[in-house]
Design a protein around this ligand. Structure first.
Ligand SMILES: Nc1ncnc2c1ncn2[C@@H]1O[C@H](COP(=O)(O)OP(=O)(O)O)[C@@H](O)[C@H]1O
Ligand SMILES: [Mg+2]
Length: 229
């Protein structure tokens, strides 16, 4: 698995509602390799967000294993919660449909946040955050709070924040879901640049054909399974 960054083996996720058990992810195996740029499409309820949470170690599967290339024999689920959150902080970036920026902080402070939480040097963090804000085209908005930014600008700040600590893999869930087509295009342009210029592997779940068609590989999820590649 030399070029494989993340390997998922037979992931299964069941939820229990009352005394009913529903199976949401039904045995998904997937390799994400360096340079990959993957869309997972599928209609609402197919299990896309649940799968993304499993791949991002935000949720634990009912069954299945997840391996990371630097530690290929270690199933990530065997790590302690603390090691797992450290793993996420160091290796993965996330962008969701809602930006989850902190309203009391400026764009700059929001982008710096993962570094500050991770205990990195604050002058290094500020320098890198300024570069990233410039990279996402928001140099003139660096001191604005999220409430003073448009939806597209907020999402670009969230993207800058997601790559603050140089993740190997960026996971996005309907990240253009709240944007008009112009802003959606800008956000996807950025994602593609991150993939191309910084070599960050990308996996986006989306039900937007326009977004998916710009990725290098499109997988389809239906009823908890990946049915095509
Ligand atoms: N925490 C949960 N508890 C119970 N059911 C859930 C939970 N999360 C998701 N589901 C169910 O799993 C199915 C798939 O959800 P989701 O992964 O969000 O699909 P998608 O992102 O493709 O729309 C839905 O029927 C949803 O109601
Ligand atoms: Mg979803």
């Amino acid at each position: 698995m030399d070029s494989v960054i993340l390997r998922a083996k037979n992931l299964v996720k069941d939820f229990t509602k009352g005394n009913e058990r529903i199976s949401v992810v039904k045995g998904v195996s997937l390799d994400i390799s360096q340079g990959d740029c993957i869309a997972i499409m599928g209609s609402s309820g197919a299990g896309k967000s649940t799968l993304l949470h499993l791949l991002g170690t935000l949720e634990k599967p009912t069954q299945g294993e997840l391996f990371y290339h630097e530690n290929r024999n270690q199933n990530l689920w065997n790590l302690s919660d603390e090691s797992l959150s450290q793993f996420r902080n160091q290796n993965l970036g996330f962008v969701f449909q809602f930006h989850y920026l902190l309203p009391e902080f400026s764009a700059l402070e929001n982008v710096m946040m993962p570094a500050l939480i991770g205990g990195h040097d604050s002058s290094w963090a500020e320098k890198r955050a300024r570069e990233l804000i410039d990279f996402v085209g928001l140099k003139h908005r660096v001191n604005h709070r999220p409430g003073e930014l448009s939806g597209g600008e907020q999402q670009r700040v969230a993207i800058a924040r997601s790559v603050m600590l140089k993740p190997k893999l960026l996971l996005g869930d309907e990240l253009t879901g709240n944007l008009d087509s112009d802003n959606s295009k800008k956000v996807v342009d950025l994602i593609l640049e991150l993939n191309k210029n910084f070599g960050i592997a990308v996996l986006l779940v989306t039900h937007d054909h326009e977004v998916a068609s710009r990725m290098k590989r499109v997988l389809t999820m239906k009823d908890g399974k990946i049915i095509s590649s």
